[in-house]
Design a protein around this ligand. Structure first.
Ligand code: ZN
Length: 69
């Protein structure tokens, strides 16, 4: 086994740092992927406030096909 000196050590981080989706600041581990609890709540409130449209329920069928006649 020969280990040749690599020109560039390719280090792959387990979890690449991503900017906070809310404000763009570096995310924190505790509130990943957000930078703080505040930004985390902002995203959560967006869900609760109904910004995300819920899937509408399917239209009720006209009814069972009755053989009248
Ligand atoms: Zn943030």
């Amino acid at each position: 086994m020969t280990v040749a000196g690599k020109p560039e050590a390719k280090i792959t981080p387990l979890r690449p740092r991503r900017p906070c989706p809310e404000c763009g600041q570096p995310s924190a581990r505790e509130t990943y992927p957000f930078c703080s609890t505040r930004c985390k709540n902002v995203d959560l409130n967006r869900w609760l406030s109904g910004a995300y449209v819920l899937p509408g329920r399917e239209e009720e069928p006209s009814g069972p096909e009755s053989d009248d006649g």
